[in-house]
Structure formats: structure tokens, C-alpha cells
Design a protein around this ligand. Structure first.
Ligand SMILES: [Zn+2]
Ligand SMILES: [Zn+2]
Length: 338
């Protein structure tokens, strides 16, 4: 079997190193993908820094993968060779734990993670279980679509499950990798869309992405402003800043739901009184499974939601990662592999 190039992490805390390794063979229920594009995500630090215990090294990271199926395992019948597919964070589930038996695959107790429990997309080829694979609509660009498998699905799936219906007031806190997609999804889902960020600089972009209203949190109190508009049915918190997230809770309307997808280091400060009056709630949301990836890609194709990206070649994964970690990227970094 021929060799392929990959960017591998040899130990926790190590750099990405260019290696030549054998192209892997798919097992019975697995699919081999010739990778075209792979997003570089903040969560790649899980593999690079060894944040989750028990990661086996060396490991190839990457969980925002678009490519073409080049070989199917013997028992795979629902995909075809040559099909363009995508792979995200959840790299397969066990089908036999209690949540799986209830069809709640996202909460699988033995869930695998692409690029963490097995090799991911920082490589010319990768293997994925057939339950962790989504078909990509023809018209989507591979590079722009890659981050939809992580940043896209997280905001899309959180918003469509948060309880708002068309016409409701929905606010997106933070305009970055997640937020710039959240604004687009909220608008395309038919919500009255509010973008909240620090300063004036992002106002023009927020409006271009579909925000009906922009709140500059340095000059306006977002909670007061949202309350004066009747209160938000949903606030999607994307910027991982505990103070900023805490400051919007007072902007929830009756039955309002603060859905958090950006993970701050510090705890939130919450007035329970505020939650009880008006029956409000705070929820966390963890992306989703392969069928949710496919829904995200299809909805993005249907409505024209696009990721703003910067691209790097595979060999420049270290520079790409650094660029992303230092918050220099507008808004997602993608490795162009083929
Ligand atoms: Zn990601
Ligand atoms: Zn399971």
C-alpha cells in the first residue's frame, strides 16, 4: 500500500509534525476518505495539548473534514465510492449503551471523537465509521463547507432546538467563528436577529451577515436593550467570556432560553430570581451527530449560509493553528489538502 502525508502530534504538548505513513485500510463498517479540506479548530487543542486524559499518541487531529469516499468497508451499503462526504467531532457511537438504545446518540457513553480517539483529517486520507459520515451537497465549496461540520452544526443545531419560532427575537452574543455563522442561521430561520459584540467595528459585518439590530456592549447594556425590545426568546452565547455571557441573561423574555456553545473558563454569575420570574432557562449545547451534520450542510446550501475562511496548506498546520489560537483569523482556518 502506498504512503500518505499527515500532520501528526507525537505527544501531548508537541507540535504538528509532517510524517509519511501507510494509507489506512477501512474495516468492515468503515469508510476511507480522500481528504480535500480540514478545518483547524480551537478543539484541536484537546489532541495537541492532551486535554482529555487517555489520548493515545501519535495522533492525527482534525474533525472538520470534507473529502471523497475512495474505499468502502465490506458492510457499508448506504454510501458510494466517489461520493463527497463530511466528518465532524462525534466520530461514531456504540449503539448499545442506554442513551444509544434510546436513540440519543449525541450522549453515547462510549462515543468516539474524530482526531482524538482515532486519526482525523490533518492527512491525505482518513478512516471514519459509517455512522460518522454525512453527504455533502454538490454546490458547496469544500473549503468553505469544512467548518460547517463543527462551528456550523453547533450553532445551527443549538438554534433549531432552542424553542424559538419564526418571528421571535433571537440574539447572538459574540461575532467570531461560531457567532458569524449563528447570525446567518438565525436570520435564515426567520428570527428577528440581534447581534451583540464589543465596540463598533463589527456592526457593519453583523448587519451584512443578516443582523436586524446590532448592540454595542461598550455603549449599551445588552440586557436593557433586549428587554426594551420585549425580551429575547433565545440568546445564543458564542463568545467564551463568563462576564459577557452573565451580562445578557437579564435580556431574556418570558420562557427565554440562554443557550451556551462557547465555553468560558470562569463560572457564570446568575440571578436565580431573574430565572424564576418568567420561567427562563440556561442550557448548554454540544453540536450533534452525523445526521445533524447533513442537515446543517443541506440548510446552508439551501439558504446560502457561508463560512468566512482563511486557508493554509497541510504542511503549514502549525502556523494555521497558531494563527487561530491568537484570534487573528476572520473567522475560521482551513487546511487545503487536495
Ligand atoms: Zn471544531
Ligand atoms: Zn452508546
Amino acid at each position: 500500500m502506498a504512503n500518505m502525508k499527515a500532520m501528526q502530534v507525537k505527544k501531548a504538548g508537541g507540535d504538528f509534525e509532517l510524517v509519511e505513513m501507510a494509507i489506512p485500510e477501512p474495516g468492515t463498517h468503515q469508510i476511507r476518505i480522500k481528504v480535500e479540506a480540514c478545518g483547524v479548530c480551537h478543539s484541536d487543542s484537546v489532541t495537541k495539548e492532551g486535554i482529555i486524559p487517555g489520548i493515545e499518541y501519535p495522533r492525527v487531529p482534525g474533525h472538520e473534514v470534507i473529502g471523497t469516499i475512495d474505499k468502502l468497508g465490506g458492510s457499508v451499503s448506504n454510501f458510494k465510492e466517489g461520493q463527497r462526504v463530511g466528518v465532524g467531532w462525534r466520530g461514531g457511537h456504540c449503539f448499545h449503551c442506554e442513551p444509544c438504545r434510546r436513540g440519543d446518540f449525541t450522549n453515547c457513553q462510549n462515543g468516539k471523537i474524530t482526531g482524538v480517539t482515532h486519526d482525523g483529517g490533518y492527512a491525505e486520507y482518513m478512516i471514519t465509521p459509517m455512522d460518522a459520515c454525512a453527504v455533502v451537497p454538490e454546490s458547496l465549496d469544500s473549503l468553505e463547507a469544512a467548518p460547517l461540520l463543527c462551528a456550523g452544526i453547533t450553532t445551527f443545531n443549538a438554534l433549531r432546538n432552542a424553542g424559538a419560532i419564526a418571528g421571535d427575537l433571537v440574539a447572538i452574543q459574540g461575532i467570531g467563528g461560531l457567532g458569524h455563522l449563528g447570525i446567518q442561521y438565525a436570520k435564515k430561520m426567520g428570527f428577528k436577529t440581534v447581534a451583540i459584540s464589543h465596540g463598533k467595528e463589527k456592526e457593519e459585518l453583523a448587519k451584512k451577515l443578516g443582523a436586524d439590530v446590532y448592540i454595542d456592549s461598550t455603549s449599551d447594556d445588552p440586557a436593557e436593550k433586549l428587554s426594551s425590545m420585549g425580551g429575547a426568546r433565545v440568546i445564543l452565547a458564542t463568545a467564551p467570556n463568563a462576564k459577557a455571557i452573565s451580562s445578557v441573561i437579564g435580556g431574556l423574555g418570558n420562557n427565554g432560553n440562554l443557550v451556551i456553545v462557547g465555553v468560558p473558563q470562569d463560572p457564570l454569575e446568575v440571578s436565580v430570581f431573574l430565572l424564576i420570574m418568567g420561567r427562563k432557562s440556561i442550557t448548554g449545547w454540544p453540536s450533534g451527530s452525523a445526521i445533524d451534520w447533513e442537515d446543517t450542510l443541506n440548510f446552508s446550501d439551501l439558504t446560502g449560509v457561508k463560512t468566512m475562511i482563511e486557508t493554509f496548506p497541510l504542511e503549514k498546520a502549525n502556523e494555521a493553528y497558531q494563527h487561530m489560537m491568537e484570534n487573528k483569523v476572520r473567522f475560521r482556518t482551513v487546511l487545503k489538502i487536495a
